[in-house]
Design a protein around this ligand. Structure first.
Ligand SMILES: [Zn+2]
Length: 458
């Protein structure tokens, strides 16, 4: 199917106008959009009106980016949950009558009450379009066929990925309600070009394929787009997926309640911020933006959530931002390495920050280890200490485990600069996950949690 004129089809960017806009112009545009959403939220959402009143700030006082950074408070998931609890499901967080909703989602609530996520037609369309930036960057167009190997549940991400394919004009094949073997048969039958999955599931299908004697590298899949957990921007994990599928692997990083905020860079070493729909800050624990090149908490404002606005929303994700121009040619913010971990997964060994993503990246350098691993963190009186359990590859003889352990510990020591204990496990001994892997286990008695200071309390 052809939806675009040839000259549009050949375009490198989905929206060349804003994706290559010089930074000063982009920032001017952001300020106007930020002022608009703040005014909108203050006028319509009881939660925002109370929040701003409590911090003694009025929308018209946000005149500069500095005002936005310094005067406006952060907002966290707990405050949205409290506002929703006033009159469930949406309560005081809502900015629009429920009649306007087109879709309703919720987080799983596995770690507490579920967070309800209302989307108007406007939000649902634009969440979908946020995916198109990564589809387009990957060279995907209306003629391609996408395969969705998952059940269509309450998770907003799957649905927005689908809306994105609709927006692109491409074809969708759903693998909902099927087991992994039946999905592999569907891939053989329908010959899709693209598969969307979590990195864990993309690799898990490799084990299923081995069971049925199928070579995934010989299937029609030429592109794998991963989301839902870090991995796509960790070179070793990406290479493992690319090798398994004989395909190129791209990433999108999103947050359930905010949507698909960060389409992957076409160079596949990190993600960009979708600056058409979102504004972001990366801050330290005092709430100040960290200098470019450094790591902090990702704070996002959405321009496209008219049902339940989110302004300076804490994601609890750690990212590194940079102002270096990206080789792909966009001027949009770039986070090399994608998401580096969660703020409450911050590990500090003898003063050195250790990110779970760095551990994963290094483990893949050890030739005899498989992609199945766990990171365990504990703490003595003064320090965090880390033990990594990693499975050996099936072809490795148990007599070589001691050597493998030494190799791995040596790599950690030389690259990260601190001692990390490695315990080599027999193949198949660690639990398997289909959708998202649980790899981080925090045994610290009173974990020294990341504490982000409020703003605008003065
Ligand atoms: Zn780029």
């Amino acid at each position: 199917m052809k939806l675009y004129k040839p000259e549009v089809e050949a375009q490198k960017f989905w929206n060349p106008y804003t994706q290559t806009m010089p930074r000063p112009e982009l920032d001017r545009l952001h300020l106007r959009k930020l002022q608009t959403v703040i005014e909108y939220a203050y006028a319509r959402s009881p939660m925002y009106r109370k929040l701003l009143d409590r911090h003694k700030v009025k929308p018209e006082q946000i005149r500069t980016m500095d005002d936005f950074v310094k005067r406006l408070p952060f907002i966290d998931k707990k405050e949205i949950l409290d506002a929703q609890a006033v009159s469930p499901p949406f309560g005081d967080a809502l900015a629009i009558p429920e009649d306007f909703f087109q879709q309703r989602f919720a987080t799983s609530g596995s770690t507490g009450a579920p967070l309800h996520i209302p989307l108007t037609y406007h939000s649902a369309e634009l969440w979908g379009e946020s995916w198109v930036y990564v589809y387009w960057a990957a060279g995907l167009r209306a003629r391609h066929t996408f395969y969705f190997p998952y059940n269509w549940g309450i998770f907003a991400a799957f649905w927005s990925a689908y809306m994105g394919v609709r927006r692109l004009g491409a074809t969708v094949v759903s693998g909902g309600g099927l087991d992994s073997k039946a999905r592999l048969r569907q891939i053989e039958q329908y010959r899709p070009d693209v598969m969307l999955a979590t990195p864990t599931y993309a690799l898990y299908l490799g084990e299923t394929a081995r069971e049925v004697g199928m070579d995934l590298a010989k299937t029609s899949i030429s592109h794998v787009i991963v989301a839902g957990e870090p991995g796509g921007s960790i070179p070793a994990t990406r290479h493992a997926i690319e090798e398994l599928w004989g395909a190129r692997c791209y990433e999108l990083y999103g947050i359930a309640e905010l949507g698909p905020t960060n389409p992957g860079c076409p160079l596949r070493e990190g993600v960009h911020l979708c600056e058409d729909w979102y504004h972001a800050l990366v801050v330290d624990e005092s709430g100040d933006p960290v200098p470019y090149g450094e790591v902090g908490e990702h704070i996002v404002t959405s321009y496209i959530q008219d049902g339940q606005p989110l302004i300076k929303y804490r994601t609890h994700d750690l990212v590194r931002w940079t102002d270096r121009p990206c080789g792909c040619g966009t001027t949009w913010l770039y986070y090399p390495g994608g998401v580096l971990g969660r703020t409450d997964h911050m590990i500090i060994v003898k003063g050195v920050n250790v990110y779970p993503s760095a551990v994963e990246a290094l483990l893949h350098r050890i030739a005899g280890l498989s992609e199945h691993y766990e990171v365990h963190v504990d703490r003595d009186a003064t320090n965090d200490f880390v033990t990594v359990k990693a499975e050996a590859r099936p072809e490795i003889d148990a007599a070589r485990y001691a050597g493998l352990r030494q190799d791995a510990e040596g790599v950690f020591k030389s690259v990260i600069g601190v001692s990390i204990a490695v315990s080599v496990q027999a193949p198949g001994s660690l639990p398997r996950y289909e959708l998202k892997a649980k790899r981080f286990f925090d045994h610290r008695p009173a974990a020294h949690r990341w504490q982000l200071a409020g703003r605008g309390d003065a």
